[in-house]
Design a protein around this ligand. Structure first.
Ligand SMILES: [Cu+2]
Length: 565
């Protein structure tokens, strides 16, 4: 009889729901923060194993090495992807929910062991450990002052309180040192060259280093855009199909999916000039920022759930497949979330992870709402989402609008084939030559199975860029949001591609992404003074970019036409 590793909520003697805390908030609690760092360090000292909860074992589940984990059965024959993570499908949010639960379980167990080693204040330390959950980094929230990546993500060493006193230790959030050659040997080129995880690698050689300034630059440029996207994704994406994953649909809703935004952050942390670990699916989870990122993705899922209490996983295809799911197979709310066992004979299913309270964690936004009705929770969360990320987006400026002028939002719909370039890449959206947003393809590289998969070669990604706030920022005296006044602004937008071809030369957007399509669209703001303005029909402007990059005859978009102008 096989003995499967069981994934379960934290195993506490006093089971209770506790907050997953924001990284910067966690840092203000020296006990929990020290336990978090020490636990990560301990997990990272353990070796790769296909049956346990060491750091590399957990990280390896996501992608490479492409091996069976937890005695979950051999690889299915007709898959194009040998990892377990479900990308591009309706299971993206729930599979990763269980994945963060597994990480949390391992983190919690270590923290509780370590808490016992403190010679003094042991009660306080074990209380801190008992309440420790997987922290998140809210990358759509800049914090006060000039935007900066939290310093704890970009400094090589860090001061914490250990059982032996205050010490400066190597920072596990900065890099992970691979211990197992069997792991790095399973990676493609150049990742197998590198003995540590890297962000914005300086080159592809074994002596490459991280260029954390690149990571910070991306954040400074993109945080505002990410915030707008998060707001739109949470509040204007009322279908599981379009909320859950990045695959293009016949009826796009005009705002990004959770996965699309998540893809951008993977690229933003890893870098796509030379791709750091976070930038490609097969090796991303080895960088400890992965779980800070994915815990935040899970938090956004919780916020969206509160705003859409009746919606959950619907059936859909699994492009590429996974280690256990065949390429293109239909998955649904009852699909096994392999390889995550919840008993010796069953796997977790999406039906079982709807309530995070059942999983013994929650997020700060839900504190105080424990006894509220779904409607009350919805209203309270709407206010918080608004305060954190949004609303100002719809306040028409100048206020009031000149009479006869309609307040509206301006956006770009960007669509391209995910695998056309053969690797992960980013597209920067530039205004007067300055990056104001980016969209990304978070993929696997050419020498991994996905690159050759004919079935999915035409798979398209949808991304949406919201421009209204930017236009007012660049042109404070903008007379109206009518096409006549907005057209000159749209014309100042250009695109560049970040990424490297197989021969090492930089990607060139004019030649390397023939599938690229760009389409401006607007939506009227129907009731701009209400607390939740509604948006009118999508109006496309296929002619505005005529003769420019990404412009295509409207008929080739195959969109259900709501109207063009
Ligand atoms: Cu991810």
């Amino acid at each position: 009889m096989s003995n499967h590793p069981i994934v379960q909520p934290v195993q506490s003697l006093h089971p209770a729901v506790h907050n997953r805390r924001e990284l910067r908030d966690l840092q203000s609690d020296h006990r929990q923060f020290s336990l978090y760092i020490l636990s990560l360090r301990e997990l990272m000292k353990e070796h790769f194993n296909v049956n346990d909860f060491s750091y590399p074992s957990i990280a390896g589940i996501h992608g490479q090495p492409y091996v069976e984990w937890g005695s979950s059965g051999p690889e299915t024959s007709d898959t194009q992807f040998g990892g377990y993570c479900t990308h591009g499908s309706v299971l993206f949010p729930t599979w990763h929910r269980v994945y963060t639960l597994l990480f949390e379980q391992a983190l919690f167990a270590k923290a509780n062991e370590i808490a016992k080693q403190y010679p003094t204040e042991r009660d306080e330390w074990s209380k801190a450990a008992d309440a420790l959950r997987s922290p998140y980094w809210d990358w759509a929230h800049a914090g006060p002052g000039k935007p900066q990546v939290p310093s704890v993500l970009v400094t090589p060493s860090i001061s914490i309180t250990t059982p032996e006193g205050v010490k400066e230790v190597d920072n596990p959030l900065y890099t992970y040192k691979f211990l197992d050659v069997s792991v790095t040997n399973s990676f493609g080129d150049p990742w197998h060259n590198w003995k540590t995880t890297l962000r914005y690698p300086t080159n592809e050689n074994p002596d490459a280093k991280s260029n954390m300034a690149g990571f910070n630059d991306w954040f400074v440029d993109d945080v505002k855009h990410l915030r707008n996207e998060v707001y739109m994704c949470l509040t204007r994406n009322p279908r599981w199909e379009t909320f859950s994953n990045h695959s293009a649909t016949d009826e796009p809703v005009g705002v990004n999916s959770l996965e699309t935004i998540h893809d951008q952050v993977h690229e933003g942390i890893g870098g796509s000039e030379t791709e750091g670990h976070m930038a490609i699916i097969p090796v991303a989870a080895f960088d400890a920022s992965f779980f800070l990122h994915h815990t935040n993705v899970d938090r956004l899922l919780s916020l969206w759930q509160a705003l859409h209490p009746d919606l959950w996983v619907i059936p859909g295809p699994q492009p590429n497949g996974t280690f256990t799911i065949a390429d293109g197979a239909t998955v649904n709310v009852d699909s096994d979330l392999t390889p995550f066992w919840n008993t010796q004979s069953t796997y977790w299913k999406s039906t079982e992870v709807k309530s995070t309270d059942d999983l013994l964690y929650t997020y700060p936004e839900f504190n105080g709402l424990e006894k509220s009705s779904p409607q009350q929770v919805k209203e309270a969360i709407m206010e918080k989402v608004d305060a954190l990320y949004g609303h100002h987006l719809f306040v028409p400026k100048p206020k009031p609008m000149p009479s006869g002028r309609t307040p509206r939002t301006w956006n770009l719909h960007i669509r391209f084939k995910k695998y056309e370039f053969g690797s992960s890449f980013g597209i920067d959206v530039l205004f007067d030559g300055q990056r104001v947003a980016s969209v990304a393809s978070f993929a696997s590289r050419r020498n991994t199975p996905c690159a050759n998969c004919q079935n999915n070669i035409n798979l398209e990604l949808d991304s949406f860029v919201h421009l209204t706030e930017l236009f007012y920022e660049k042109e404070p005296s903008l007379h109206s949001l009518d096409l006549e006044h907005v057209r000159p602004l749209l014309e100042r937008i250009t695109f560049v591609m970040r990424g490297r071809k197989e021969d090492g030369s930089p990607a060139d957007i004019d030649h390397d992404l023939p599938s690229l399509k760009v389409l401006p669209y607007s939506q009227d703001i129907i009731d701009p003074d209400s607390s939740f303005p509604r948006l009118g029909n999508v109006v496309h402007y296929p002619g505005v970019l005529r003769g420019r990059l990404g412009q295509l005859p409207y008929s080739e978009w195959a969109l259900p036409s709501e109207g063009t102008a």
